[in-house]
Design a protein around this ligand. Structure first.
Ligand SMILES: [Cu+2]
Length: 266
C-alpha cells in the first residue's frame, strides 16, 4: 500500500511506512471481524426467537482462541516489528564526524537553525543575548567558536545521502519538528536538547521533477499546537547535492563576513 502518505525522501522512510501499513491491515481485520460478529449476534440472538435469556451463555471456546490469536498478532507487531524499528532510531545514531550536525530551536512561531560552521563547533549561546530581531538564538559572537557559525530562520539546507544529526530544542513552549517526507517527527521541548537523525535520499530538485512541480518544497511544520500563530510556524527544508550545499554554506559564510554576523533575518 503506497500513495496514501507523502512521498518518502529518507532512508528509513520505507520501513516506517511498512510498519504503518501492517498495523492498519491488522486494524482493518479487527474492525471488519468485530463489526461482523456484532451484526451476527444481533440477528442470531434477537428477542423474537429468544424470549427468555439463556443463563448458560456461549459454551464454545472459539472466541477465547480468537482473542488469543489477536493478542499474539499484536505481540508480534510490537516485539518483532515496532521495537526493532524504534531501536534502529535510538541506538544507531550516526557519529557527528560523519554527519551534518545542526541545532534547531523552535520558538513561537519560527524555526531557528544553527550551523556550527567550518570549525564544527557550536558557539556559546546565552539567553541574555537573545534579540528577537537580530539574534534570536542568543549567539555570543565574542566566543571564538561562534565566529563562523551560520544561523538562519526557517531555512534548513542539508546535503543528500549523508546522515543528518539534529539537536532539537525550544525557547518557549513545546513544539514538534515535523519533516513529512523524511518521516521525522520529534517534540522540541524547552530545557531539553533532543537528538534526532535521518538520511535524506532525494534532493529538492529530484522531488520537484518527480512531482512535476518546479515550485515544490519540503517543509518544516510544527506538529504540536503551540499557540495562536501555530498555523504559520512553517519552515523550508532544501535537500542539496553535496556541491550545492557547500556553495550555499559558502554564501552564508560570505554574508557573515560582510554583515559582521548580525544579518540574521534574511
Ligand atoms: Cu510550534
Amino acid at each position: 500500500m503506497t500513495g496514501w502518505l507523502p512521498e518518502i525522501a529518507s532512508a528509513h522512510g520505507a520501513a516506517l511506512d511498512r510498519a504503518l501499513d501492517i498495523v492498519h491491515v491488522l486494524m482493518l481485520v479487527l474492525f471488519v471481524g468485530w463489526g461482523s460478529f456484532f451484526a451476527y449476534v444481533l440477528v442470531r440472538f434477537r428477542k423474537k426467537n429468544h424470549p427468555v435469556a439463556s443463563y448458560t451463555g456461549v459454551t464454545s471456546h472459539t472466541s477465547t482462541w480468537l482473542e488469543g490469536a489477536v493478542a499474539v498478532a499484536e505481540a508480534v507487531l510490537l516485539v518483532g516489528l515496532s521495537i526493532p524499528l524504534w531501536a534502529d532510531r535510538v541506538e544507531r545514531f550516526p557519529s557527528p564526524a560523519e554527519s551534518t550536525v545542526v541545532r534547531v530551536v523552535g520558538e513561537q512561531f519560527a524555526w531557528n537553525i544553527h550551523y556550527p560552521g567550518p570549525d564544527g563547533l557550536f558557539g556559546r549561546t546565552d539567553i541574555s543575548l537573545i534579540d528577537l530581531q537580530s539574534n534570536p538564538l542568543g549567539l555570543d559572537r565574542e566566543d571564538p567558536a561562534a565566529k563562523d557559525d551560520v544561523t538562519t530562520v526557517n531555512q534548513l539546507h542539508l546535503p543528500v545521502d549523508k546522515p543528518v544529526l539534529i539537536h532539537l530544542s525550544s525557547k518557549d513552549v513545546i513544539h514538534s519538528f515535523a519533516l513529512q517526507e523524511m518521516r521525522v517527527k520529534q517534540d522540541a521541548i524547552p530545557g531539553i536538547s533532543t537528538p534526532v537523525w535521518f538520511v535524506p535520499t532525494v534532493t529538492t530538485d529530484e522531488m520537484r521533477e518527480r512531482k512535476g512541480n518546479p515550485e515544490y518544497n519540503y517543509e518544516i511544520s510544527c506538529a504540536q499546537l503551540c499557540g495562536l500563530g501555530h498555523y504559520r510556524m512553517r519552515g523550508f527544508l532544501t535537500i542539496d547535492t553535496a556541491d550545492e550545499f557547500q556553495t550555499w554554506m559558502d554564501e552564508q559564510e560570505a554574508q557573515l563576513t560582510e554583515s559582521g554576523g548580525d544579518d540574521f533575518w534574511q
